[in-house]
Write a protein that binds this ligand. Sequence first.
Ligand SMILES: [Fe+2]
Length: 309
Amino acid sequence: MNNFKLQDISIDYEKSSKVFFKKSLKIFNKFGVLLIKNFWNRNHIEQTIRNCDSVLSQPSIGGSKGYSIKDFNKKTFDPMLYDSYAVKYISNRKLIKLVESFVDDEILIGEYFAKYDLGNNKIYFPLHSDYEIGTDLMKNKKYIVTKKLMNECFSVGVILYLKKTDEGCFTYSVGSEKLRGSYGLSLDSYPEKIKDSIVNNVLKVKGNKGDLVIFDKRSFHGPDQPSKSDRFVYIFEYIKKKAFGNIIKCPPPLTLSDLQGLNKKQLNVLGIGLKSMIPFKNHHLRSFNQKKEFSFLKLFIDLFYKIKN
Ligand SMILES: [Fe+2]
């Protein structure tokens, strides 16, 4: 049991006004995680939820609007494709400025997806770290996480709660970012003593609809599981430019008209005109065709249209 409290890592954007950036940086540097309240326009969050409700109501079949599903634990989808507000959140100038202060550099978009975790009381996504020395982003030894890079906060994760979440909330092992992923990504590969300290320092980051969690992705983190409650979040990531150069992880799909009004810097963060490490088709949201079930469903759909015709 640790002594960390949610209030230690929390900041209210509306109440902190002028000291927001300074205070947020202080919290992030000390704890590696930050919970921001009242950052977004409430009406925009409500509209986002309405936009998402229609996506979450049906799977994407035959190219229809809907969610992706690869197992019975979660539904996922591309947030910027179905929700124009997601473009605004991810390219938000205040958020960019804040994260740039955390990584001490300009940033580019990394990960991005909407995730609806089904509270099925299973541990399907345990505490884990996202990076270790040697992580090969493109699996071709071109973009490798070096020991030097692991000594810097080079990747920041962002979670936007779209539903009040207590049970099943995001958890963060305070101080685990300082381990620099030295024994790997899985908790089981760590010596017992370190493993115990990682687990004992876990802080449950409970949040309300619209709350934003920002965290160092070198840490141990993950949803609090098993959980009987559903969780709905937007998850995205920013990577500092100096880490891998002027290249994004994977290009995000969106409607071009939603880029209207964004300035040069915002467009750059979204990766407009930049090359990517991972091809669009290889993003994990689009890999259902690599599952065994795919051939069965494909056969079913093909057969259905054959009979119908
Ligand atoms: Fe992660």
